[in-house]
Design a protein around this ligand. Structure first.
Ligand code: DGY
Length: 332
């Protein structure tokens, strides 16, 4: 260990695009296991560290920050930051950062892939062929729902939601959106998207794709009542955060055909699934891989490293979530 280099704990193996610059500038310790550290292991590992580079599997709250008083920055390798208590960071004088902007297209691609897979029942077809029970072409076999010319309702019209709208154009879909704030008319025109109140969007859409951050306001936004508002032929897609959907209510809605199908990349209690979810055939389940391309995960790690290095070079971390902390940064 070199005494004058900032000490950084990386809570899981991250791509070299982030690790190498960190190693050049800092004294890096990386969690050696495939599994994430437990809360106690994380606290123990952060003691004496100047920086923590963590993933969305690590919950960083007042307790962790109090137990690691030398920490000056927590760099989350994710755009979503519901695992970080930003107020606690600000109160403790710790900068917190995320990785916006680099994963929008990759996640929008995956949302669209899920939409196609759920609507056209691709995993069911794959399972049938692999099982050896497929007995040839059938006119009534695995009928699904047309994506082209369908009505797509986007909940949350930020960068990823807009990326999905852009992709929907190629399928000549009719796009509407709902967001806490209506976007300017020129943005609506650019994306060919019409604003609808939430309840109306649910009732009118053939596909509902969710792209909101997880906040107290969006927790269980799609609950039993919202599912009942949707068409019985509708397909629900979630690539945002699991708790935005009441997962048990969704299991019932899929079983009882309140809606036709769903495609999920995220879950309420990852990596656990709600009881019965894995047994319903009309849901496509992915293991939170929205941003999982080589290029994008590399860029995310790189941004996290840039944030840490910027701070130790005396600059404002480019994607700081609480930059006001810099005025009162913890002394070294
Ligand atoms: C994020 O960045 O928030 C995704 O969920 C993981 O890439």
């Amino acid at each position: 260990m070199t005494a004058d280099k900032p000490r950084v704990f990386v809570s899981r193996k991250i791509p070299d695009a982030g690790l190498e610059p960190l190693r050049r500038r800092c004294d890096v310790t990386m969690w050696p296991h495939e599994r994430p550290p437990t809360a106690d292991e994380l606290i123990a590992a952060c003691r004496g560290m100047d920086a923590l580079v963590c993933l969305l599997t690590e919950k960083i709250d007042a307790g962790v920050l109090a137990a690691a008083p030398t920490l000056k920055i927590v760099a989350n390798v994710a755009v979503g930051f519901d695992n970080l208590d930003i107020d606690a960071g600000t109160a403790a004088g710790v900068i917190m950062t995320n990785t916006p902007g680099v994963l929008d297209d990759t996640t929008a691609d995956l949302a669209f892939a899920l939409l196609m897979a759920a609507a056209r029942r691709l995993p069911e077809g794959d399972r049938l062929v692999r099982s050896g029970r497929w007995d040839g072409w059938g006119i009534m076999q695995l009928l699904g729902h047309d994506v082209h010319h369908g009505r797509l309702g986007i909940v949350g019209f930020g960068r990823i939601g807009r990326g999905v709208a852009r992709r929907a154009r190629g399928f000549e879909m009719k796009v509407s959106y709902h967001d806490a704030q209506r976007v300017p008319a020129d943005v609506e025109r650019e994306f060919g998207a019409t604003y609808l109140p939430f309840e109306e969007l649910l009732a009118e859409s053939d596909f509902v794709s969710v792209h909101v951050p997880l906040t107290p306001e969006t927790h269980h936004l799609i609950d039993r009542r919202a599912l009942k508002r949707m068409k019985p032929t509708a397909v629900l897609i979630n690539t945002s955060r699991g708790p935005v959907i009441d997962e048990s209510a969704l299991v019932d809605a899929l079983r009882e055909r309140v809606i036709a199908a769903a495609g999920l990349d995220v879950y309420e209690h990852e990596p656990k699934l709600a009881a019965g979810l894995a047994d319903v055939p009309n849901v496509v389940l992915l293991p939170h891989i929205g941003s999982a391309s080589f290029a994008t995960r590399g860029k995310m790690a790189q941004i996290a490293a840039e944030n840490v290095i910027a701070l130790f070079d005396g600059k404002t971390p480019p994607t700081a979530l609480n930059p006001q902390v810099l005025a009162s940064q913890r002394p070294s």
